[in-house]
Ligand binder design. Structure first.
Ligand code: NAD
Length: 495
């Protein structure tokens, strides 16, 4: 079965190339999918351009667009098990986590279905002085959507749902490692009745299948989620045609625990903050900042939790977390830990791959705690995107804030304290896009998600996540047109 979806048809790539997708937990073959080349992506862009320009989707009423998105949400919910299963096989994540992801994906579609009917436009001048002036919001046009491998369909839904709600057409390119659920989404969009050419899918490498989405003059906007280095590349490529750009990049997120916090809750959540999905979460709480007086207790207890976390495949009911996405990625994480130790970090647990037949064919890495870290170390500044926690200490509120902001990133952070005045001060002072007070990880589709500084440009979700996909236009109408007499030889111009 062909896997590229272009202009309403399932097709193979022009060069007939394919790629194997393997489960990172055991290396088993999941699928062999078609691989797009640059010319396939350009074909998909042409289809999306035509579909946008002839208005087959943008001229559909907002109510009908919203109804279609609700239908998509219902179909996704119907297919929860199939989608969760495919996501688990591609990513190696536990099936229970994949089911939570599908619930979040459904919520994302429902949220943007509601917004389809929310017209952001307004009347600026109602006409009483002879002019009628209004601002209308129109779809941006053709959107290039590029997504990563850690939450493949969730990240896709944060782009596809608002793009469609606003009346755009798009070409999406998922990570080459995790294409399966985006293929399923395209089938659901087709089943829901989306007109041909509105949604297009290309699979393949970033350099070949993805790059044209940032470069091509017929793409009006590129929305990218991935690493900061690729993000810079996408932004530079998009600058040639001055495209609208939305970037959701990495994070190095501080989790700050004050001595007056509820320590049972703070310590338990400190482990979940970083070890959920083996740390492959952009908002992972990978930097633990602990008030000095409670350092030993907090670190000992976090190490005790980390040392007992059970690793396993996606369908192992005893597993508490899964494999990394690939052995290449595991090598990067291992290299990051080696550099940290060379810089003086103290290894408290982990620091290697687990041993045993259950792990031999996978890309597992043990939950790792590095104590004695400081902001000058690369392990504190760089994103490992693995199950690695660095620990720093502070002695005052001001120092906690200074350390929490000492990063090029600004995606998320948390503060644990029973002093609500302090919680508010710290939350206000941290320059990150999401701040949790006495919690870690929850998000709401109604609330904006995204980063300050090098964590990105623009926002997903919330109202701003919809506004990314529209362009405001001011329409000024003179209700009593008359010659202005500014130029020429009319009487009033001659003094
Ligand atoms: P990545 O940057 O390697 O790849 C992301 C996507 O970009 C993939 O589809 C890839 O094929 C494509 N790509 C690569 N080179 C390209 C190019 N030159 N032009 C166009 N596309 C190209 O990232 P990844 O390893 O898949 O994902 C992990 C990263 O994503 C982490 O840094 C993580 O923090 C980040 N992330 C951020 C968020 C967020 O919401 N801020 C969410 C999830 C992941």
């Amino acid at each position: 079965m062909a896997d590229l979806f272009i202009d309403g048809e399932w097709v193979s790539g022009a060069k007939g190339l394919t790629r194997e997708v393997r489960c990172p937990a055991d290396g088993a073959l999941v699928a062999t999918v078609d691989e797009a080349t640059r010319e396939d992506t350009e074909r998909a862009i042409r289809a999306a351009r035509k579909a946008f320009d002839d208005g087959r989707w943008s001229s559909v009423s907002a109510t009908e667009r919203g109804k279609l998105l609700i239908r998509v949400a219902d179909l996704l919910e119907r297919d929860t098990e199939v989608i969760a299963h495919a996501e688990s096989l591609d990513t190696g994540k536990r099936i229970i986590e994949a089911r939570y992801d599908v619930a979040d994906i459904v919520s994302s579609f429902r949220w943007f279905a509601g917004l389809a009917n929310t017209n952001l436009g307004r009347v600026v001048d109602p006409g009483t002085t002879g002019t009628f002036s209004r601002v209308v919001y129109e779809p941006v046009g053709v959107c290039g959507l590029i997504t990563p491998w850690n939450y493949p369909l969730l990240q896709a839904s944060w782009k596809v749902a608002p793009a469609l709600a606003a009346g755009n057409t798009f070409v999406i390119k998922p990570s080459e490692m995790t294409p399966s659920t985006t293929i399923l989404l395209m089938r659901i969009l087709q089943e829901a009745g989306l007109p041909d050419g509105v949604a297009n899918l290309v699979l393949g490498s970033g350099a070949e299948a993805g790059a044209p989405l940032a470069e091509h003059p017929d793409v009006d906007m590129v929305s990218f989620t991935g690493g900061v280095i690729t993000g810079r590349r996408v932004m530079a490529a998009a600058s040639v045609t001055v495209k609208k750009v939305a970037l959701e990049l990495g994070g190095k997120n501080p989790n700050i625990i004050f001595a007056d916090a509820d320590l049972d809750a703070a310590i338990d959540n400190a482990a979940t903050a970083v070890f959920l999905h083996s740390g492959q979460v952009c908002s992972a709480g990978a930097r633990l900042l602990v008030e000095e007086s409670i350092h030993d207790e907090v670190v000992d207890r976090v190490v005790a939790i980390a040392s007992k976390i059970r690793l396993g495949g996606p369908f192992d009911p005893a597993a508490e977390t899964g494999s990394l996405i690939s052995r290449d990625h595991r090598s990067k994480v291992a290299g990051y830990v080696e550099r940290a130790l060379a810089e003086g970090a103290v290894l408290r647990c982990g620091g290697s791959a687990p041993v045993g037949p259950a792990f031999d064919d996978g890309a597992f890495y043990l939950p790792t705690v590095l104590d004695g870290c400081t902001t000058t170390m690369s392990c504190v500044q760089d994103e490992s995107f693995g199950p690695v926690l660095t620990v720093e200490t502070f002695t005052s509120e001001a120092e906690a804030i200074r350390l929490g902001n000492d990063t090029i990133y600004g995606l998320a952070g948390a503060v644990w304290t029973s002093d609500m005045g302090r919680a508010a001060r710290v939350a206000n002072a941290l320059r990150h896009g999401t701040i949790w007070i006495n919690d870690y990880h929850p998000y709401r589709p109604q609330a904006e998600w995204g980063g300050f500084k090098q964590s990105g440009v623009g926002r997903e979700l919330g109202l701003a996540g919809f506004a990314e996909y529209v362009e405001p236009k001011h329409i000024y109408e003179n209700l009593q047109p008359a010659a202005s007499g500014w130029f020429g030889e009319s009487e009033q111009n001659i003094t």
